[in-house]
Design a binder for this molecule. Structure first.
Ligand code: UD1
Ligand code: UDP
Length: 360
């Protein structure tokens, strides 16, 4: 058995970290391929350092471009590495262009593909990630679902039951392995001069929300409104896609308040600390909906739907879109109840379970 572990973006580095560690602990024959879809230090290098991850054996250095160009470059690069290294198994996580290209390249070379976080569906085909998820699931040999919800979805799509395994989500491995370290090491509350439970945390980077002037302006209005509603500072570590779009559309993030603190993307430890201590989180991120749920911080999702319905079902998350009235009501609803929901994503042993399944 020889495993290729593939990653390319910030969330993949974080969610593949426990699998890398497990391969190391078990002294398995493995290597890492980084597409370098994300390359800025604060979306890439900082996570390898903080999570103590070994440098990838291969870096495809694809960078940013349009979907076809980026996916194509990754496909070509992955195939070259697979032909040279001849792994028996490839593990890839999530729904980015890196995941799609890696799964296609491996599948055509008859290498077993394990999709970590399989079976998620937003049922919104306007999201590029939805296409990536569907195609990846359908060429995968191991479908590692976070919960029973995804198992049902995959079965309905006609996928073979024997391929489907419910293992939780490696996001819990990552949170549990790092939250104590974050609490010891992070000075982010002092640096930003904010107190626990006296700030809002926000992120947004979905193309549907930020690539269109009207949507981005709406989103910024909503964040201003939330900060004014709770009369609290709103900390917003800004994704480079959104930063670029704010500049292109000439949008000022502080419209009728001075409470928006726009900062550069943070490392994982600082960001975990902010998630743990925020009064409430407003986001369109996938991973942050899950982490907020695990950390018992109320979450509001600035999208029309979610592929993480468990977070809503347990009461940790409300879906509002970028609609001021819905967000105002959702903030009140979330803050009016105690954060005592169950974490649906497992006990932090997902990486171990995945490796055991592959070994068998
Ligand atoms: C990608 C994923 C998305 C995931 C997100 C995680 C796809 C289709 N999208 O979106 O699913 O949620 O990563 O954050 O795979 N940029 C930089 N530095 C970088 C990377 C990007 O400045 O290191 C800027 C560039 O201007 C680039 C833009 O961000 O054009 C978008 O990057 P891209 O990788 O295309 O998509 P993301 O929005 O990051
Ligand atoms: N994250 C981080 N620093 C930040 C913002 C996010 O470390 O400034 C982490 C966050 O804890 C989560 C992941 O990045 O683990 C989510 O990534 P993102 O929102 O970019 O992608 P998505 O999950 O939506 O694909």
């Amino acid at each position: 058995m020889k495993i290729a572990l593939v990653l390319g973006t910030r969330p993949e580095i974080i969610k593949m970290a426990s699998l890398i560690r497990e391969c190391e602990i078990q002294k398995l024959d493995f290597f890492i391929i980084h597409s370098n879809q994300h390359y800025s230090e604060n979306l890439d290098k900082i996570f390898f350092e903080e999570l103590n991850l070994t440098t990838p054996k291969y870096n495809l250095q694809v960078g940013s471009s349009n979907h076809g160009n980026q996916t194509g470059k990754i496909l070509i690069g992955m195939e070259e590495v697979f032909l040279k290294e001849k792994p028996t198994h490839v593990l890839t996580q999530g729904d980015t262009n890196t995941v799609l290209a890696c799964a296609l390249a491996a599948s055509k070379l008859d290498i077993k593909v394990g999709h970590v976080e399989a079976g998620l569906r937003s049922y919104n085909r306007k999201m590029p990630e939805e296409t990536n998820r569907i195609v990846t699931d359908h060429v995968s040999d191991f479908l590692f679902c976070p919960t029973n919800t995804q198992k049902i979805i995959l079965e309905k799509e006609g996928l073979d039951q024997d391929k489907i395994h419910i293992v939780g989500n490696t996001v819990v491995d990552a949170v549990l392995q790092n939250i104590k370290i974050a609490q010891k090491q992070s000075k982010i509350l002092e640096i930003l001069n904010i107190q626990p439970k006296e700030f809002i945390l926000a992120t947004a980077h979905r193309s549907l929300n930020v690539d269109n002037k009207e949507s981005l302006q709406n989103l910024i209005n909503c964040l201003n409104n939330a900060a004014n509603q709770l009369n609290l500072p709103l900390v917003y570590p800004i994704h480079p896609r959104t930063k670029k779009m704010l500049k292109n559309f000439n949008i000022n993030p502080n419209i009728n308040t001075k409470k928006i603190k726009l900062i550069e993307p943070l490392g994982y430890l600082d960001f975990l600390m902010l998630q743990k201590h925020a009064k409430i989180i407003l986001t369109d991120s996938g991973g942050i909906q899950e982490e907020a749920c695990v950390l018992k911080t109320p979450c509001i999702t600035l999208r029309e739907e979610t592929e993480r319905p468990e977070t809503v079902e347990v009461g940790a998350n409300i879906i509002t879109g970028i609609n001021i009235n819905k967000i105002t009501k959702a903030i009140l609803a979330m803050l009016n109840k105690p954060p005592i929901w169950e974490n649906p994503y497992g006990d932090g042993t997902t990486a171990k379970q995945i490796i055991e399944i592959i070994k068998k």
